[in-house]
Design a protein around this ligand. Sequence first.
Ligand SMILES: *[C@@H]1O[C@H](CO)[C@@H](O)[C@H](O)[C@H]1NC(C)=O
Ligand SMILES: *[C@@H]1O[C@H](CO)[C@@H](O)[C@H](O)[C@H]1NC(C)=O
Length: 812
Amino acid sequence: MSSHDIESGDRTPSWWSSLASPGRLLTSRTALRRKNIVGFVTICFFTFLFWTAPPQWLDLKQYSIPFISPSLHDRRILKTLARYDLAPDDPYPHQLPRASKIMPDVKTTDLPYPASHQRFPSEQLRELYPAGPPDLDSEFHENVVNPRTPIHPFIKNWMSPEWFHSDGRNQKKLPKVQWDLSANPISSKRTKLNDERKEAVKRAFVYSWQKYKDNAWGMYDVSTNIRHDEVKPVTAVPSNPFQGWGATIIDSLETLLIMDLQPEYELCREHLNKIDFRLINGADWARGWRADLEDQTDGEGEEFDLKKRGHLDEYVYQDEHSERPWRESHQLMATFETGIRYLGGLIGAYDLSGDPIVLERAKELGKILGRGFDTPSGLVMGRFDAGSKSDYFHNGRVSLAEVGSMNLELTRLSQVTGDRWYFDQAQRAIDYIENIVIPASDLAPLVPSMFDSNIGSRVNGYYSFGAMADSYYEYLIKQHQLIGGATNQFASMYAQAIDKAQELMFANLTYYPGRHLMTISGFNHPGRGLTYELEHLTCFAGGMLGLGSRLLDRPQDLVSGDAFTKTCYHLGASTASGLQPEKVYFFDTHMSDSVLYENITAIIEDEEDEYITVTKLKGTPQGTVNVDGRYLGRPETAESVFYMYRLTGDPKWQDRGWRMFTAWIGKCTAKAGVSSVGDVRQKEPRHTDNMESFVFAETFKYYYLLHASPDLISLDDYVFTTEAHPILLRNRDPGADNLWKPSASAINAELGKRGSGTDAQLYTRLQRIAEVDKQRRIAPPGSKGFMGGGLGRSRGGIERPSQSDESQEQEA
Ligand SMILES: *[C@@H]1O[C@H](CO)[C@@H](O)[C@H](O)[C@H]1NC(C)=O
Ligand SMILES: *[C@@H]1O[C@H](CO)[C@@H](O)[C@H](O)[C@H]1NC(C)=O
């Protein structure tokens, strides 16, 4: 069906008549005179051409020269119609700004030291862990958890599989993923363009990075701004959504190395060495809010022994007898976000740098997170109290993405340490999903986004590749690649899931004429089935399908991946801002034309009193019924565009990515970074003041790599975690690509005591203690009010906190 039917409109007026008609005379005489002069000169010029030109030049129709075209009116109609056209598959040239226009003044070398950084005075350390227990024995009982659900027999009898060897001895050679660069080299012209664009991406990254350093790395005001996970790009204040460990710093480590910003990487090392994983926004889950001085001093009087704090096991696993009954209760660790941002960031940084400090921290954090797998089902807790003494936690309803996506990180940790404990935690969970959860699912082998981990009967509900489910499917194919196909388990789980999804969740959007656009939708079962939605989060699936198509020789998946990525791209290209909405609902393809299309009256451009009728697909963007117009700096479409380029070598993907990138920087740049926005359907959307750490970890990284040489972090050498942290394949040695060559000062740097707490963490701790003291004064021991404000008594990990968790909305 044609989307434009011209119904009315006077076709005769031309440039001449419109100029001559009285109502349209220019009001200024000077302007009229100038136009006459221009017209006169133009006529002379063409008269001259007429006389001198060879005959074939005289067929002027073949040139589109506006001021002699007889049908200016037609051109205006076309221009009007173009406003209702669908966005093109490929950007118009004017949508590809020159790289030199993007943040030309940002310098990428010799960046200033974090401006506001303050050192925590070491004499205050004692105050963090002051002497003497409060006499509140009756108030604090340790969590004695009696789980209502017995451990599942499958978990009780589970055995670690024989195919896994941390040295990778039975890995197979897998098919090549990237296109063959040596057979199809990139032209030198394209290389030059790529280099310019790559540098522009780097400048935009450095701009945001330096803003983070200036406004969030340290602190301005001890009483208010002791936060350093992220910086708010509009108000320039720091925030702590991820436990206060400096999420942006850890998430950015490999981006810094990939962009050749080694001094910045070295700047981060002290921070990452000092993070105290036991402090969560100032609360201490391991040692209590008041520590017993004798416990802490090793008999050396009041001197606080920081070294002891480096031995995590001592506290987490072997403290049955020493743990104080008044431990600060119940600080919940957000497993999934901690896993993908922090643990993934550390492991990726280790694989790029070979830096042993990073590995030490990764091992420590891996041990902490590993405790979260002690559940009746072996599925990791969404949130848990890592300091709890219970033997195991109870985790009820879980999200598929949260329980099914730590296997890459933990498997790699086992590969590099030789300790298979990490791998086992993740593998047991996957085996449970395969053997217990999937058989219970109504739409097996798909698994609902949320389900009860203690499988009683059937599981069903809402199925999707988007939020709450996404990275489970992604990690099936990526785990296959990481273990070099040492077992067929992951390939087979993946292939069967994709086949089923194709049958149920893939939908061609047939009302876009002449285009192969499709969505990977949610699916309700039981219920109304396909929801025809498209979440930005789901857009990673284009890359996943492409990767799987190469690794498992499934050519149709590349066709779907290409069409799906194009659809995600199309959505962004279709909005006034050029940015992709967070989520849209498309029309159901079975609707009749009268529902899908509408006739609208359009005033012809530059001709106020004339109009035409245009028949167009309904919705803004066209084809959508319902839109969540936010854009949060998400990377998923950029990620799939990057995969499509690396798989096919087709430079049109680079141009698409460049349009996306320049729209993003153009519309979202704020005074302290690149902001989220409220509604992408507005030409200048309002900034909503958020810059998630994944902007640094993923969005900038994918745009940079899209324009870098395909040899840099090749998809045949690395597999990306769901947070875009690159992990080395085929058990190669970390640092194999020499992206970090330690400077002389880095080798001798004084990094402080490992795990002793960053300055911001220690300040936050001090502030927290002051708050608790104040509360204690207000509410005497024994009263219910005591320890309020987030420090309430433990619920022993028995239930998951309410759905209002910030992490529910975070990237999955
Ligand atoms: C969608 O369209 C593609 C290309 O035309 C085709 O290969 C595929 O089978 C279609 N899928 C469905 C579910 O109709
Ligand atoms: C739009 O106008 C055309 C031509 O008059 C007509 O055939 C069609 O039914 C109209 N469509 C709608 C949705 O009103």
